[in-house]
Design a binder for this molecule. Structure first.
Ligand code: PLP
Length: 391
């Protein structure tokens, strides 16, 4: 038995790791980390690319790997230039700073979007911009009638703040990775034009949207004046994002990056990881989307009274599961704990890591660290936990 476990320890992924404690083997659990697509760690190829990156001082425009990344992403996004920045948060803030030069100007955005909820109000504390949050519709879109009302009110009126910018998010995180439809982007574009506002696209997961819509990312960006793209989500790099737009926009962005302390030197080490993440983005993201869909369908088939999921709403790498009969945090705790009979029932000890998302839901996110096998393990663990809840 012990020898069999020791042998198992040398096998590939999916096999529990074995630790020796005195004469007893302790089987550690297989961890399936579905908390976020930011949890990936660089694999051997990415680590090697980082170690071997050709670098120079990017402050002087002399880092060839950063330049390569900026050129490639400008082409990919269909913009004149891009600028490599440490985080997508900084990419968003810089964009707001460039677009909204007048202090007290107004930024329209969804009330649950990342800029509004997760970025420490940087647009207020550092850009002096007034956010005007609008309600999000279930698909992650804004109500266009509402949007037009606010845009029209500020337009040419000395009594209202000037609406300089509309921020959109694609894919839309808080709605569970929903993809903004192309005709919606087109309509927002027309409205913004009519009222003299610009559009910034928070495209942290733009590649997920492009893959889901089967269009080149540039087609999505066409409707926007600036865009961000994050490398440390589904693209699997440890750090980094780009902000993209016209040449004069990026020249101003360069100054703000400097002001915010985001100017870097031999940052080719980081750009090398981003380039590698981009190289197989389509394949990797399709796999994530497929696994998320597989999980959603599997969970739906369990037909549990405690969990509800609609696979039709799973468009990319996220699954929002509505929870009833117990709190989302209790469900998360149960999925994370290993029960004594688990190895016998699932064949593995499995810990599924998740975050409670709202008061009635949990969110699961797929990424490069989660294989189809891991997805099935998570599903089996989920089934076990749900069965244990039944009277
Ligand atoms: C993660 C995320 C960001 C911020 O990215 P960081 O690189 O972590 O700063 C911005 N917008 C959206 C939609 C995100 O999901």
């Amino acid at each position: 038995m012990l020898r069999a476990l020791a042998r198992a320890a040398t096998l590939g992924p999916g096999v529990p790791w074995v630790r020796w404690s005195g004469s007893q083997a302790v089987v550690s659990a297989q961890v399936v980390d579905l908390r976020s697509d930011t949890v990936t760690r660089p694999g051997p190829a990415m680590s090697r690319a980082m170690a071997e990156a050709v670098v120079g001082d990017d402050d002087y425009g002399e880092d060839p790997t950063v330049r390569e990344l900026q050129e490639k992403t400008a082409e990919l996004l269909g913009v004149e230039r891009t600028l490599f920045v440490p985080t997508n948060t900084m990419a968003n803030l810089i964009s707001v700073m460039v677009h909204c030069r007048r202090r007290g100007s107004q930024l329209l955005l969804g009330q649950e979007c990342h800029i509004q909820v997760y970025e420490q109000g940087g647009v207020a504390q550092l850009a002096g911009v007034l956010s005007h949050p609008l309600p999000d519709l279930p698909h992650g879109m804004l109500d266009l009638t509402e949007l037009e009302k606010v845009l029209a009110r500020g337009h040419g009126s000395p009594y209202h703040p000037v609406c300089e910018l509309v921020c959109l998010e694609n894919t839309h995180n808080s709605s569970g990775g929903r993809v903004l439809p192309m005709d919606y982007l087109h309509q927002v574009h027309l409205l913004a034009k009519t009222y003299g506002a610009r559009i910034h696209l928070d495209g942290a997961r733009l590649m997920n949207a492009a893959v889901a819509l089967r269009v080149p990312p540039a087609r999505i960006v066409e409707h926007c004046d600036s865009v961000s793209l994050c490398f440390s989500k589904g693209l699997g790099a440890p750090v980094g994002a780009v902000v993209g737009g016209p040449k004069d926009f990026i020249e101003e962005a360069w100054r703000f990056r400097k002001a915010l302390g985001g100017g870097m030197h031999q940052s080719g080490v980081l750009a090398a990881a981003a380039l590698l993440g981009l190289a197989d983005a389509e394949e990797a993201l399709l796999q994530d989307h497929g696994n998320a869909q597989r999980f959603a369908k599997g969970l739906q088939e369990l037909a549990s009274p405690f969990c509800f999921v609609d696979p039709a709403t799973v468009e990319t790498n996220m699954v929002l599961v509505r929870v009833s009969g117990l709190s989302p945090s209790e469900l998360c705790q149960r999925l994370q704990a290993v029960s004594p009979d688990e190895v016998a029932q699932i064949g593995h000890a499995v810990r599924v890591l998740l975050f409670p998302w709202t008061e009635q839901s949990v969110r699961a996110v797929w990424h490069r660290g989660i294989s189809t096998h891991d997805t099935d393990l998570a599903l089996r663990k989920w089934e076990l936990v749900l069965r244990q809840l039944e009277p």
